[in-house]
Design a protein around this ligand. Structure first.
Ligand code: CIZ
Length: 298
């Protein structure tokens, strides 16, 4: 729709807006975005650009993270109802009560969490640096939430005593191992990359367990031609765009409805709006920012 594309580019330029899209977004959204990446990379882009308006194509916690790290920007989420099932697994009260039952233990939370939970945390992490953040935690026991699979992976890789919160991403935790096995039968020569939010049975049948940024780095450094990818299916478009000479197959049936409902029309509406954008609860912002800054520095 060239007319809409013209309208979108014209508005974007006039407003000095930056359009950011997560790697799990639909192909047509990734293709129109200024930058595509994981939540950490996108927050960094927002911080560095200092644009007056950031239009975020992703889910709520990502837009909130961008707003906390770039308070001077108006940050609009294109699909205002897009939430993360994993972030909903733990609330501020859960985090406070959990910490109270393990006095002295540092709480590390995955960035897929609410602002209030971030504020209760010693540090946040992404799938890319969860192991390093857990290694750096200043306590014998480390509380890790809300994703139990990422907690188990960080424990396995760091050798630290990690106590997991029993939460999970509905899409990754519900991934079907039979689907991965079928993909391996179809492409026996392929390299298998899976996300640490998938259940441990996936890791045991994979060549590497990596976050989305790690998958991109791995493919760029590998000579292998075919890859089976165990994460949200939007990642296939990202990989195929970056590496047109390789072949990718999705495995596990991992699809997040909240990630997949953005459309170009919604991006246009978010640009052409007077909405003040994402707000974050004032009382939690400073402490959440400290936990996020630890995440970006580790
Ligand atoms: O950190 C992110 O953006 C998520 C949710 C996953 C990943 O591995 O990039």
């Amino acid at each position: 729709m060239p007319q809409d594309a013209n309208a979108l580019n014209g508005l974007k330029e006039r407003l000095g807006a930056l359009i950011l899209a997560h790697s799990y977004q639909p192909p047509e959204i990734q293709d129109l975005a200024d930058e595509v990446g994981d939540s950490l990379e996108l927050s960094r882009f927002a911080m560095e650009a200092g644009a007056p308006l950031v239009v975020f194509c992703g889910v709520r916690f990502m837009a909130e993270t961008a707003k906390i790290l770039s308070p001077q920007s108006v940050v609009r989420l294109v699909s205002p109802g897009a939430d993360c099932s994993l972030a909903a697994c733990m609330n501020g009260r859960d985090a406070r009560e959990w910490k109270a039952s393990y006095p002295g233990a540092a709480l590390v939370t995955y960035v897929n969490s609410s602002v209030e939970v971030k504020a209760e945390s010693w540090a946040c992490c992404t799938s890319a640096n969860a192991v390093n953040v857990v290694r750096a935690a200043p306590s014998d026991e480390v509380l890790f939430g809300p994703d139990r699979n990422l907690a188990a992976f960080a424990a396995q890789e760091s050798g630290r005593k990690v106590i997991p919160w029993p939460g999970g991403c509905h899409a990754h935790a519900g991934a079907d191992i039979r689907d991965l096995r079928r993909a391996k039968e179809q492409w026996p020569d392929a390299c298998v990359l899976v996300h640490p939010e998938t259940p441990p049975v996936f890791w045991r049948e994979a060549d590497r367990v990596l976050g989305t940024g790690g998958m991109i780095r791995f493919v760029s450094e590998s000579r292998v031609r075919r890859f089976i990818i165990g994460t949200e299916e939007g990642m296939l478009h990202r990989l195929s765009t970056l590496f047109p000479d390789r072949e990718f197959m999705a495995a596990g049936g991992i699809s997040c409805a909240d990630m997949r409902n953005s459309t170009p029309e919604m991006v246009l509406r978010a640009l052409d709006s007077t909405d003040p954008g994402i707000t974050v609860p004032e009382e939690h912002v400073e402490r959440a920012r400290r936990a996020l800054e630890r995440m970006t520095s580790l």
